[in-house]
Design a protein around this ligand. Structure first.
Ligand SMILES: [Zn+2]
Length: 114
């Protein structure tokens, strides 16, 4: 059961990284398109910022999505573990439970490496 939870967590993290990568790629592509469009209109002397709002909005929403995923990844890092003795949630970096003082080294829930 513990192992299943762990591998599911790693899958979630992996899929978030993949999603992040494709979002970055899409963002770069959108910015390139925007640049090409700006230049095209500049050449035709039709440069009008109103026309780029849609492009910029797309990049912005991609960036929002990127931030959201980054935040989720951070929350995985900050994930708490539970004291094997009193059940309080504690930080994985702690060697002793701050609530009851039980050493956490042998806690089976504690995992520092993948
Ligand atoms: Zn405790």
């Amino acid at each position: 059961m513990v192992r299943n939870d762990s591998s599911r967590k790693w899958w979630q993290i992996l899929s978030m990284f993949l999603k992040l990568r494709s979002l970055y790629r899409e963002r770069r592509k959108s910015i390139e398109e925007l640049g090409a469009k700006v230049y095209e209109l500049y050449r035709k002397n039709e440069l009008d910022t109103e026309k780029f709002k849609e492009y910029c909005q797309k990049v912005l929403s991609l960036e929002e999505e990127i931030e959201e995923i980054k935040e989720k990844l951070l929350s995985f890092k900050r994930e708490k573990i539970f004291c094997k003795s009193c059940g309080q949630d504690i930080s994985p970096e702690m060697s002793y439970c701050p609530y009851c003082g039980t050493p956490q080294k042998e806690n089976p829930e504690r995992r520092n490496s993948p």
